[in-house]
Ligand binder design. Structure first.
Ligand SMILES: Nc1ncnc2c1ncn2[C@@H]1O[C@H](COP(=O)(O)OP(=O)(O)OP(=O)(O)O)[C@@H](O)[C@H]1O
Length: 267
């Protein structure tokens, strides 16, 4: 296969017919999605629509009753979440997962993948390689912090950052995983417009670098300003998908939001 085609397919995410039931509640019913490398794909829907559950199904944190997930054509449905990270899929959560008593730089460094086969004895057995790797992580951590605008806070405790900066820190740590598929659960929640714009621009940059960016959010400015393709869930079902323009004009979507389903209106 042409190496360029192979590279572009590597991060293609495909979820087919995902379903899960909690007790009697069909939280996600037969939902499929394709997210392409080089694109920002958004999932929207009113509160309780099943968006986070769908992300949990894709990332392996919840076992589906039905459905298959592929990355780059490879079926990863049976893999544990941490193994999926090794295969190139990483995600953030709605709740902030910042380690407040570590520095900002240390939080990012935690995101770097551990060398395969690494053991607690490695620093003693392979001191040279280990030291080189630590230096590399330091350099890359600084470059990621620069990218999200937090370089001057590298040595601050993470707990001292504002809420918005902690969200950016989580993004930097996700980038440290070097995953091809980057999924964000409500990255824009609670952020002012200026920071939403910065986040949106960062997502566009990541897509331009060939990453597959998937985000769940309620912020319509982030979705309609920066996404290439939008999936709409309602009561656990996929009710529409299309370009932001198509979704804005979709009568069913507008009705769902106008009848009080969403925090912000779609039109
Ligand atoms: N672990 C669980 N056990 C039982 N019910 C659950 C569980 N997780 C989610 N649900 C229910 O499944 C439905 C979908 O929830 P989910 O959190 O996926 O929605 P959402 O679209 O992400 O909502 P929000 O925008 O408010 O975060 C809701 O009715 C929720 O109460």
């Amino acid at each position: 296969m042409n190496p360029q085609v192979a590279a572009s397919k590597q991060g293609r995410l495909e979820a087919q017919g995902m379903s899960v039931t909690f007790g009697g509640l069909k939280a996600v019913q037969n939902v499929s999605l394709v997210a392409e490398p080089g694109q920002v794909t958004a999932i929207i829907g009113p509160n309780g629509a099943g968006k986070s559950t769908f992300l949990n199904l894709i990332s392996g944190f919840i076992r589906p009753t039905e459905g298959v997930v592929y990355i780059g054509g490879e079926d990863i449905s049976k893999l544990r979440p941490w193994t999926r990270v090794r295969r190139g899929m990483a995600r953030t959560f709605q709740a902030l997962e910042v380690f407040g008593s570590l520095t900002v730089g240390e939080n990012v460094a935690l995101g770097f993948p551990a060398p395969i086969g690494s053991s607690p004895w490695r620093p003693l057995l392979q001191w040279g390689g280990y030291r080189k790797e630590r230096e590399l992580i330091k350099v890359e951590t600084r470059s990621l912090l620069k990218r999200v605008g937090l370089l001057d806070r590298a040595d601050s405790l993470a707990s001292e950052l504002s809420y918005g900066d902690q969200k950016l820190l989580v993004v930097a740590r996700l980038l440290a995983t070097k995953a091809d598929v980057l999924m964000f659960d409500e990255p824009g929640a609670g952020l002012p417009r200026r920071e939403i714009n910065a986040l949106g621009s960062l997502f566009r940059e990541l897509a331009a670098e060939g990453k597959t960016v998937v985000l769940v959010d309620h912020n319509m400015h982030l979705i309609f300003g920066y996404a290439d393709y939008v999936y709409v869930l309602h009561h656990g079902e996929l009710v529409a998908d299309g370009t932001p323009q198509e979704i804005r004009e979709n009568e069913q979507v507008v009705r769902i939001y106008l009848t009080g389903g969403g925090e912000e209106k779609a039109a």
